[in-house]
Every structure is written in structure tokens, then in C-alpha cells.
Design a protein around this ligand. Structure first.
Ligand code: NI
Length: 153
């Protein structure tokens, strides 16, 4: 298990656009595994590669629905439906939460660690996590979208 340092808001790497993953090799697998370990260590529901300083379009998500961690490479939202307005937080923005408007359902096209294309549908928390993490690989933080900010502590 290898933990990586989570970059905090203010670090310019969080504002860069990540590059498409083109090499599906062992190095990518190790990176995904480290991201999952780091996400669990920090009690997050998701982590995007730029959050550990790697500008690749790679995200991991576990919404604790019993399905384990999803590794999602080069994700693209291809359909969205409905709306939800829920409180979010982010490992890169400690001690801040706020309500963000997101679609209720999203359909995402992505690749797995073998480079195979798949589609997944996320609803509720999973839809929110997908949108939040895809924002990260586009240099967007949830604080950019907060409508009712409330600081914790
Ligand atoms: Ni985040």
C-alpha cells in the first residue's frame, strides 16, 4: 500500500486540465491502486489523479454501496437527467462544505485499466461523485459551484 499526498486548494496543479490516458500499463495500475488506498485512508468517496499531482484523466470512486472502488479512465459524461442540490466536500478543500447543483442521473463513457471502453450510469451520490471527479480533471473545484457556502468549524 502506498499513500500519496493530497494536494490542497491553492496548488496550481488542481487548476490544470489533465491529459487523456493513452498507455494502459502496469504503471497506470499502480497509480490507480495508490489512489484507492489514499482515498480510503482519507475517508473520501472519490479521488482524481490531479489531486495527487498527476495530470491524467483517471478517477477512483467508492460510494460505499458494496460494489467497491471503481477505476474510471478518460471519463466523459454522455447523458444527464434531472437535478439534485446536495452538500459536497473535497479532500483538496479541507473544512469547507457547500451545496452544489448536479444532475440526478448521469451516464458516463470511460475506459477500464485494460483500456476497454464501458458505460456506467450513476444516480444520486454516484452521479454527484462522477461529476465532482470529472470536474477535477478539468481543473474545476466544487467551491467554484457552491451556492450556499457554510464553513465547518
Ligand atoms: Ni474533490
Amino acid at each position: 500500500m502506498a499513500l500519496r499526498n493530497v494536494r490542497i486548494d491553492g496548488d496550481p496543479v488542481l487548476r490544470k486540465i489533465s491529459k487523456e490516458v493513452t498507455k494502459f500499463d502496469e504503471k497506470l495500475e499502480v497509480l490507480a491502486k495508490d489512489m484507492i488506498d489514499t482515498m480510503y485512508e482519507e475517508d473520501g468517496v472519490g479521488l482524481a489523479a490531479p489531486q495527487i499531482g498527476i495530470l491524467k484523466r483517471l478517477v477512483v470512486i467508492d460510494v460505499y454501496d458494496g460494489k467497491g472502488a471503481h477505476v474510471i479512465v478518460n471519463p466523459e459524461i454522455i447523458y444527464e437527467e434531472g437535478e439534485q442540490f446536495e452538500i459536497e466536500g473535497c479532500l483538496s478543500v479541507p473544512n469547507v462544505t457547500g451545496s452544489v447543483r448536479r444532475p440526478l442521473i448521469v451516464k458516463v463513457k470511460a475506459q477500464n485499466l485494460a483500456g476497454e471502453t464501458f458505460e456506467m450510469i450513476g444516480e444520486g451520490l454516484m452521479a454527484r461523485a462522477l461529476c465532482h471527479e470529472i470536474d477535477h480533471i478539468n481543473g474545476i473545484l466544487f467551491i467554484d459551484k457552491i451556492e450556499d457556502e457554510e464553513e465547518i468549524e
